[in-house]
Write a new protein. Structure first.
Length: 128
């Protein structure tokens, strides 16, 4: 801003001096500088828009991964409940160790899903 203020003051001095050739040169030079500044701002704006677009795409991919993991957690949970039911009805099925391992796997996947959702929530709340 100070740069432009100084240029405007200088232009006013030249314009009031009556030197038309110098005045025209200053005006043309200033217009060229303003046009160049506009081009730089436009490039920066386009870069910022592209960066935002990429960030949105990353969030979408992350959400998709969370959805996939959520589906997997639900699938494992259903299978686990089915095995528990089957075991109690039939009396056969997986051993206690196998059931414990499956339950641990299910619990770990639930924790992973919760962590991913938490990260997603933090990232999306910062970008708003």
């Amino acid at each position: 801003i100070d740069l432009y203020t100084n240029k405007i003051n200088h232009m006013q001095q030249v314009l009031t001096s009556g030197d038309l050739i110098a005045s025209r040169g200053i005006i043309n030079g200033t217009l060229d500088e303003v046009q160049e500044d506009c081009k730089l701002c436009e490039k920066a704006l386009h870069a910022s828009i592209e960066k935002q677009r990429l960030a949105v795409e990353k969030v979408r991919l992350f959400e998709k991964e969370c959805d996939k993991l959520g589906t997997e957690v639900r699938r494992v949970g259903r299978a686990f409940r089915l095995l528990e039911t089957q075991t109690s009805l039939i009396g056969g099925g997986p051993s206690e160790t196998e059931m414990s391992e499956m339950k641990n796997d299910y619990n770990q996947k639930q924790v992973s899903l919760s962590e991913l959702k938490s990260v997603l929530e933090k990232k999306t709340s910062h970008s708003r």
